[in-house]
Design a protein around this ligand. Structure first.
Ligand SMILES: *Cc1c(COP(=O)(O)O)cnc(C)c1O
Length: 540
């Protein structure tokens, strides 16, 4: 792999009209693709079978075959555009080529842990016994699937040093809700009506959102100058109204919270519980056990640490591990160590005797089977020693990026020592009104997905870079060279950065307008006079 020498400049077209126009709008192998509604029509279809004759009760069980639910039957076609099969295949294939993915290149999105998903996991998840399993199958036919869930549960408890685990939550934020509902159930069981959840500034944004959704009043705890939770401010706010503290560790500044045990002790002494956002467990897996830090509940994003695919709306999976104090309240199905020394999963049937205080369920069934299979394949193929190396390499790669760029990019916490799995920079020192967004857009021209921008909020113009452990030295060097060259241009006030990206299928969109006034329905063909230029299609 070649590395662009730093200082290399893309040959930015001075003015867009000087570019060679093409008849099709395609630019070499970068193909334009109109909306389905602009190329399809209501007459065309890729399916040429006759409709099956309606049979009363067939397939849909007790639903009547006509009229469905009284009065709600469709009376007129809804006018969806259709394409022939080859046109449909090309439409979606072209769109997919405009997408960036972890299988294309380094995806430095901080906090999101976009790492390579080993194909071995995919192979295992596609075995018919796993891939075709149905949640309503008779129990005796799904014992293997249940064993996979239970074995994974056992590994998660071992790695975290916790007591029990709810495997069913379907994403990180869903896991947060599960943990807070456990905490609420534990408080209610002792007749305690605490209503405040404390969330440090360095927490992930889902934490305050979850606490508010669960009905708690959220209060902020400031960060100290080193980007960590201000322990004294936290201690002085603790009291009989505080139900829980939600701490992201490693936090969103990419830093480990070294006072975690002291925080837990203080929260427990004040009668509250400690929720830890463990989405980024990849930085500490095999190195630190959250159970040893006094944590009561923590979700683990299988789709981050344990390398199940995510992005593009793919399914997540956010098992929640809990302490002995919270364990009686975990939702069904629930896996834990029981008084008789056994480790098992309790379902609805056995709950009355074995797990009577469950707060309820998070999902109808057991959770994301495909993610469990992939995560277990990942864990077993790494082994305990391999998982430890995952954390070490993720941290090493992030520090390599931090130290390679701190001379051209402001790194607000670099002086306080090594970072964890992600490196944090800011746009301090850019000239000519250039900011984080200009650098991020220029990265697209260099063929990289941008890093996380303007987050965490505690750092002005933040850029959070998470390389993960699956990047090679060569790929890190290429990324560093690209970022270094753009950073140098930003420091020099290179105005052309304000026009980036120059080479993407679309130029810079008005993101505020798109967020405030999203146009979600197709308004029909647009008159030529008001037809958007290709760069304005974000508005449709
Ligand atoms: C990704 C992430 C979450 C949310 O996880 P989802 O699966 O997207 O709901 C929460 N906290 C942190 C620190 C994260 O990185």
């Amino acid at each position: 792999m070649t590395v662009n020498p730093s200082g290399w400049r893309p040959s930015t077209p001075a003015n867009a009209s000087a570019e060679m126009p093409t008849v099709t709008g395609n630019r070499a192998l970068q193909l334009e693709e109109p909306l389905l509604f602009e190329i399809g029509d209501t007459e065309t279809t890729g399916v040429d079978f006759d409709c099956a004759p309606a049979k009363a009760g067939a397939q849909t069980g007790s639903l009547p075959s006509q009229g469905y639910i009284n009065g709600l039957a469709r009376t007129a076609p809804i006018g969806l555009a259709g394409l022939t099969e080859p046109e449909a295949v090309r439409h979606y294939t072209r769109l997919s080529r405009q997408n960036y993915a972890i299988d294309l290149g380094l995806f430095p999105l901080g906090s999101c842990t976009m790492k390579h998903n080993p194909r071995l996991n995919e192979k295992v998840a596609r075995l018919p016994g796993f891939a075709d399993v149905h949640p309503l199958q008779p129990q005796e036919t799904v014992q293997g699937a249940l064993e996979v869930i239970n074995t994974l549960a056992f590994w998660l408890l071992d790695l975290t040093g916790m007591h029990g685990v709810a495997m069913s939550p379907k994403a990180g934020a869903h896991g947060e809700l599960c943990g807070l509902l456990c905490i609420r159930a534990a408080l209610e069981a002792r007749g305690d009506k605490r209503e405040v959840v404390l969330v440090p500034e360095s927490a992930h944004g889902t934490n305050p959102a979850t606490a508010a959704f669960a009905g708690y009043r959220v209060e902020n705890i400031p960060a100290n100058a080193a980007g960590r939770v201000d322990l004294d401010a936290l201690k002085s706010r603790l009291g009989p109204d505080v139900a829980a503290v939600m701490i992201t560790n490693p936090n969103t500044c990419g830093l480990f919270e070294p006072d975690m045990k002291a925080i837990s002790d203080a929260v427990h002494a004040a009668g509250g519980f400690v929720y830890c956002d463990g989405a980024n467990f990849n930085a500490i897996v095999g190195k630190v056990r959250p159970g040893d830090l006094g944590i009561d509940a923590m979700h683990i994003n299988l789709h981050k640490t344990f390398s199940t695919p995510h992005g593009g709306g793919g399914p997540g999976s956010g098992p929640v591990v809990v302490s002995e104090a919270l364990s009686p309240f975990g939702p069904l199905p629930y896996s834990a160590r029981y008084a008789d020394g056994s480790f098992k999963m309790v379902e609805e049937e056995g709950a009355a005797e074995e797990h009577p205080h469950a707060f309820g369920r998070m999902t109808a069934f057991h959770g994301q089977m495909g993610m469990f299979t992939r995560a277990l394949a990942y864990i077993l193929s790494h082994g305990a020693d391999g998982l430890k190396q995952v954390a070490e390499d993720a941290v090493l790669n992030a520090n390599y990026i931090l130290r390679s760029l701190e001379d051209v990019l402001d790194a607000p916490f670099a002086a306080s020592g090594p970072c964890m799995h992600e490196a944090l920079f800011s746009d301090r020192g850019f000239s000519g009104g250039l900011s984080t967004i200009d650098l991020a857009k220029a990265l697209i021209d260099e063929g990289f997905h941008p890093m996380t921008m303007y987050f965490p909020l505690v750092v002005h113009g933040a850029m959070l870079v998470e390389p993960t452990e699956t990047e090679s030295r060569a790929s890190l060097d290429q990324f560093i060279a690209a970022l270094r060259s753009i950073a140098e241009r930003a420091r020099a006030g290179d105005e052309s950065l304000k026009g980036a990206p120059y080479y993407a299928p679309r130029r810079r969109l008005d993101e505020t307008l798109a967020a405030r006034k999203p146009v979600l329905t197709y308004r029909g063909p647009v008159a030529a006079s008001e037809a958007p230029t290709p760069n304005e299609v974000g508005d449709r």
